[in-house]
Design a protein around this ligand. Structure first.
Ligand code: C5P
Ligand code: MG
Length: 159
């Protein structure tokens, strides 16, 4: 019997001058501000990792990579994602990702011209084709100009 799973995750970080802006494993060149974080502050990869874990009710990334643990300081978020996929594999067995739908909320800079690169990077990290990785952008309409946020849904199937 097929075992379909939906996952959902989100993340937010405060923005500050002099920090790199990393979204979905892509560093956005020329941004004045980036996320303040213990790690690289990649909200999209953090929300994606939580979405994958939530699909199988396996907790969240803070459970596996506690922010208080210095081992995980400045850890590459792509590495977090890889380890999360390994955890799921170990605990639930093989699974396939059908598609990913991600939203990044950021007032500036505009991100449209980076969409293809972010989709390609996420697709490579997940072993999918870019056509299965939807990435949309929204401003907060001034409600959260000092923050970057991401929300991600995934559809998975236990194989
Ligand atoms: O938030 P708002 O509806 O005003 O966004 C309008 C459009 O601007 C979005 O649909 C998206 O195409 C683009 N956008 C973007 N980069 C952002 C925010 C919005 O490319 N950081
Ligand atoms: Mg985060």
């Amino acid at each position: 019997m097929s075992d379909w799973r939906i996952g959902f995750g989100e993340d937010a970080h405060r923005l500050a001058e002099g920090r790199p802006l990393v979204i979905g494993g892509v560093t956005i060149a020329g941004s004045q501000r980036g996320a303040v974080a213990h790690s690289d502050g990649d909200v999209l990869l953090h929300a994606l990792a939580d979405a994958l874990l939530s699909a199988f009710a396996l907790g969240d990334i803070g459970h596996y990579f506690p922010p208080s643990d210095p081992t995980y300081k400045d850890m590459d978020s792509a590495e977090i994602l890889q380890q999360v996929m390994q955890v799921i594999q170990e605990k639930t067995g093989p699974f396939t990702i059908q598609n990913v739908a991600a939203v990044v909320i950021l007032d500036t800079p505009k991100l449209g011209r980076h969409r293809a690169q972010i989709q390609a990077r996420l697709a490579a990290l997940l072993g999918l084709s870019s056509e299965r990785v939807g990435v949309t952008f929204k401003t907060s309409e001034g409600l959260a100009p000092e923050h970057i946020q991401a929300r991600v849904t995934v559809l998975l199937q236990r194989s």
